[in-house]
Design a protein around this ligand. Structure first.
Ligand code: HSE
Length: 429
């Protein structure tokens, strides 16, 4: 038996998918129970230069024509349109879809899941979150018998690479970004990565799977890494932390908390040892306890590995029956507003170096019900020429973001405060 594949997109990942389907034909046939045959590769520009491994006779600019003849569509175009239209067209033709499109799933997931279920075909998307790391499978299937309480991830390789270089080399953000672009590690337009939106889309997908509820990218409170300085990182290092861009999804009694932002991770936490462009996702589950999935989150061959695992699964359903797990949203938990999020925080505040000021500062935290875990005082700074100040680094116990924001507001309004320099979440070990 032959399973006909339409490949949409022939960039870094698409090229590797085509190469591996060819090179591993025998193994893939044995695993899928059918020969996987690429019937066409839809691209915008058929005449553009391609990797020599690509059979140019397969190239076409007519995606709809190959979708209509396929058994499985692999969508690797990315972005919302035309990817969304092509995927819906595949479902309308009764064709299963494998995609790596996190932005589309995070924005239009429900429409796509409903269309796949309505057509009784598969929608697979392992490659959409953390590349080669099998975390979608892990949540959807391996942990289907457990109750997940939290998912914490480093799910963007570009930002992890930048923060890691800043940490190990003491460099500023802009310098590392420029070098990463020169070396081709960061995209020419790195906005979605550095602003945290790529991680937010992945966070929404992970939260939906973990908590059986619909979470969209818009629900995720996002803060990127642009304003993280070499000084912030040096201070974190001195106090036994490393700064990471962490995507967090937690089940709270009132609903789901989801956010992405720079976070102080204790060196004893497993995510602290994730270096360079690697991704890792820590899952906390009631019975399994803590698990960590680690690996390459981007790149042609690693992402193609995830795509092909989905293709084998979809093909085996075509051959032997059955279908991919459907969207499970029975829990229907509400997504909490950002102000309801609970976390430990670290606040750096510049205050007048005068008698009684420390008591006044701690009083502000106490008035807003924010409990202090530690205070570090660094004297001898100046806020302006005629204003000597000391810097207080206040680390809190778990507090709601709402209470923390009220604390910051009162600090900013206080005459003894010269400024609040930064506020950052702190992860537990
Ligand atoms: N640009 C992403 C990253 C990979 O840097 O991890 C694709 O989501």
């Amino acid at each position: 038996m032959e399973v006909k594949i339409a490949l949409l997109g022939c960039g870094t990942v698409g090229t590797q998918v085509a190469r591996l389907i060819d090179e591993q034909a025998e193994d893939l046939t044995a695993r899928a129970g059918a020969t996987l045959k690429i019937i066409g590769i839809a691209v915008r520009d058929v005449a553009a230069p391609r990797d020599p491994s690509i059979d140019r006779s397969l190239l076409t600019d007519d995606a709809e024509a190959i979708i209509a003849q396929a058994d499985i569509v692999i969508e690797l175009i990315g972005g919302i349109e035309p990817a969304r239209t092509y995927i819906l067209s595949a479902f309308a033709h009764g064709v299963s879809v494998v995609t790596g499109n996190k932005a589309l799933l995070a924005a239009h997931g429900p429409e796509l899941y409903d269309a796949a279920a309505g057509a009784d075909v598969d929608l697979y998307y392992e490659a959409a979150v953390a590349g080669a790391v099998p975390v979608v499978y892990g949540l959807r299937e391996s942990l289907a018998g457990d109750r997940i309480t939290a998912v914490l991830g480093i799910v963007n390789g570009t930002t992890n690479y930048i923060l890691d270089e800043m940490t190990t080399k003491g460099l500023e953000f802009e310098d590392v970004l420029a070098e990463a672009q020169r070396l081709g590690y960061a995209e020419a337009d790195p906005t979605a990565d550095v602003n945290g939106h790529d991680a937010a889309a992945k966070c929404a997908i992970l939260a939906s799977l973990a908590f059986h509820s619909r979470v969209s990218a818009e629900d995720v409170h996002v803060h990127g890494i642009r304003d993280v300085t070499a000084d912030d990182i040096a201070a974190a290092t001195r106090s036994g932390y490393v700064v990471k861009l962490i995507a967090t999804a937690r089940r709270r009694p009132q609903g789901i908390e989801v956010h992405v932002g720079p976070t102080l991770v204790p060196l004893s936490h497993p995510l602290a040892s994730v270096h360079g462009p690697f991704n890792a996702v820590v899952i906390e589950a009631e019975s399994a306890d803590r698990l960590m999935f680690y690996g390459r989150g981007a790149g042609g061959a690693p992402t193609a590995s995830a795509v092909l695992s989905d293709v084998v699964a979809a093909a085996s359903h075509i051959v032997g029956g059955g279908h991919a797990p459907r969207e499970l949203i029975y829990a229907d938990l509400p997504v909490l507003s950002p102000s309801q999020a609970i976390s430990r925080f670290q606040v750096e505040v510049e205050v007048d170096d005068q008698v009684g000021v420390l008591t006044k500062v701690t009083g502000v935290f106490a008035r807003h019900d924010v409990s202090i875990s530690s205070v570090f005082q660094d004297t001898g700074h100046t806020h302006s020429a005629d204003r000597p100040v000391c810097r207080l680094t206040v680390t809190t116990h778990a507090a709601s973001q709402e209470d923390l924001e009220a604390t910051i507001e009162e600090l900013n309004d206080s005459t003894f405060v010269a400024g609040v320099n930064h506020v950052i979440r702190v992860e537990e070990s």
